[in-house]
Design a protein around this ligand. Structure first.
Ligand code: SAM
Ligand code: DTB
Ligand code: SF4
Length: 329
């Protein structure tokens, strides 16, 4: 068996042992596998847009958009198609090749899905890849999304099955696994990961990674979010995460899902350049690009372009020629 073998039978003890390796050994292993599978100096970039913000009936303890939490978020109705097209065109002009649209729903109604399908078709017509995250989907709804040409569906497991009910009570872990099954069965690329820094233990992190790696197929994209603490949510003031633990989580995701894109996702605004550089070294090879995630901030584009330039990283999602080089030095 080579280091980069694709396995779906990871034991919790094996994953915990990886998480606990000496840091240098762990990063060396992750980087070695990364190099067997990917160009180590390329990072895929996507732009996010919240197409329907706030007033969500779910109670996810980290989320600014839950109607159950008293956050200062402005609620919005589903954006009109034209506005979505304009935002996607702007993202494309800034060099992004994938456009991800998120809605604060438990699940879309069929009527809402019709509207999202129009958005997917319009964004694809701009020559961009599409990704949406709309909550739970039925098998039939997933087939319709596939027909519309959707490239990726994002639906996170968020945390371990053991810690899950400390964070979310309005939908079950199995509900999430069911949606992932529909997405996989429909032939849409799966984007699924979780959040680190919610007060979970190292064992919970191992257990989340085990769930992801032991799915029938590894998600093509694995977003690892660092909790963005939002005032008014139950997880505001959760114990601050040691960023070295976050980097370790990225490294283990790289090792156990060697062919997947591992996305250094939410939380980059709270990370130093050095922390992000270590995440890339540990095998992260995709990011969200643009100064806003869904409702919270992300590093601005210039900062990211400078960082990539400093690290000699080429944004592989860029359509235009090497925007990192267009910067003044
Ligand atoms: N409502 C849909 C759902 O939950 O499936 C889609 C949108 S939801 C905001 C997408 C993912 O963003 C969540 O599953 C969670 O992993 C991540 N997320 C949301 N709020 C976050 C926060 N404050 N910090 C880090 N990640 C967050
Ligand atoms: C994912 O795993 N992270 C993105 C995307 N999938 C949709 C969302 C991060 C949201 C961070 C909090 C916010 O901006 O509301
Ligand atoms: Fe709603 Fe998604 Fe936020 Fe949960 S994470 S409250 S489902 S928008």
């Amino acid at each position: 068996m080579t280091d980069s073998s694709i396995r779906h039978n990871w034991q919790l003890s094996e994953i915990s042992a990886l998480l606990e390796m000496p840091f240098n050994d762990l990063l060396f292993k992750a980087q070695s596998i990364h190099r067997q599978m990917f160009n180590p100096n390329e990072v895929q970039i996507s732009t996010l847009l919240s197409i329907k913000t706030g007033a969500c009936p779910e109670d996810c303890g980290y989320c600014s958009q839950s109607a159950k939490h008293d956050t200062s978020l402005e609620k919005e109705r589903l954006l009109p198609l034209q506005q979505v097209i304009e935002q996607a065109a702007e993202a494309r002009a800034n060099g992004s090749s994938r456009f991800c649209m998120g809605a604060a729903w438990r699940n879309p109604t069929d009527k809402n899905l019709d509207k999202v399908i129009d958005m997917v078709k319009a964004v694809k017509a701009l020559g961009m890849e599409t990704c949406v995250t709309l909550g739970m989907l039925t098998a039939e709804q997933t087939r319709r999304m596939k027909e519309a040409g959707l490239d990726y569906y994002n639906h996170n497991l968020d945390t371990s099955p053991e810690f899950y009910d400390k964070v979310i009570t309005t939908r079950t872990y199995d509900d999430r696994l069911d949606t992932l099954e529909h997405v996989r069965d429909a032939g849409i690329n799966v984007c699924s990961g979780g959040i680190i820094g919610m007060g979970e233990t190292e064992k919970d992190r191992a257990s989340l990674l085990q769930q992801l790696a032991n799915l029938p197929a590894h998600p093509q994209s694995v977003p690892i979010n660092m909790l963005v603490q939002v005032e008014g949510t139950p997880l505001f003031n959760a114990d601050k995460l040691d960023h070295l633990e976050f980097i370790r989580t990225i490294a283990v995701a790289r090792i156990i899902m060697p062919a997947s894109y591992v996305r250094l996702s939410a939380g980059r605004s709270d990370m130093s350049d050095e922390t992000q550089a270590l995440c890339f070294f540990a095998g992260a090879n995709s990011i969200f690009y643009g100064d806003k995630l869904l409702t919270t901030e992300n590093p601005d584009e210039n900062h990211d372009l400078h960082l990539m330039k400093k690290l000699g990283i080429t944004p592989s999602g860029f359509k235009s020629a090497e925007p990192a080089d267009q910067l003044a030095s």
